[in-house]
Ligand binder design. Structure first.
Ligand code: NVA
Length: 205
């Protein structure tokens, strides 16, 4: 398993390795996290297909993998990101093709309030990912309004669950009351990384 920045390093390792290579996180994708996320949604909602998942924030590795994973499982994935921080258009196009084949959908919009309307799952991630620390100040400005707080949560379905891949920056992309609130499943989600990644290893060994 490799956790790195450049996605190319995973591809290079996979090309030359004689053993299976697992992507433990790159700047482009975070598939292991999304396996745990889908497991958590299934546990709490009893299904995946047809659910609306709203991702609020940076069009980053998490947004990309949620689009891919969500599309494969027939979810309606809506990403709300500010201009300049949209997901990679190529990833969006590939996920949209996957979604079409599986009865789901993938959409990228600007407005976080529109995205959460009636959503079953609200998801967010840090505004500045690992390696982007020096951009933090500019990102604080760009992502203003892209926060999951109690007002935003009220616009979702009343039994919506709230997810975050952690670690969270409380008071930035998510408020304390929401991450600690009854609708938050972030600690189940964190636990499920262990189970989902054990399953990946069992599959490839
Ligand atoms: N987008 C975050 C995910 C951390 C699990 C990062 O890459 O730092």
């Amino acid at each position: 398993m490799i956790r790195t920045f450049s996605h190319q390093e995973v591809l290079d390792l996979a090309k030359y390795a004689t053993i299976p290579i697992i992507n433990g996180l790159t700047d482009l994708l975070h598939p292991c996290q999304v396996l745990a996320d889908l497991m958590t949604i299934q546990e709490h909602k009893g299904r995946l297909a047809g659910l609306k998942l709203a991702f609020i924030g940076d069009g980053n590795n998490m947004a990309h993998s949620l689009m891919f994973g969500g599309a494969k499982m027939g979810l309606q994935v809506v990403i709300a990101s500010p201009q300049g921080y949209k997901p990679d258009p190529l990833v969006v196009a590939m996920a949209q093709a996957d979604a079409k084949a599986n009865g789901g959908s993938v959409e990228v919009i600007d407005d976080p309030l529109e995205a959460v309307q009636g959503a079953d799952v609200l998801y967010t991630d840090v505004w500045a990912s690992m390696g982007q620390e020096e951009e933090s100040k500019a990102r604080m400005i760009a992502f203003e309004g892209y926060q999951i707080n109690s007002d935003v949560l009220k616009r979702a379905d009343q039994s919506a669950i709230v997810m975050h891949c952690l670690p969270a920056h409380r008071g930035e992309e998510i408020t304390d009351d929401v991450i600690e609130g009854v609708q938050s499943v972030v600690f189940d989600e964190a636990e499920n990384r262990l189970h989902a990644q054990k399953a990946v290893m069992a599959l490839v060994i």
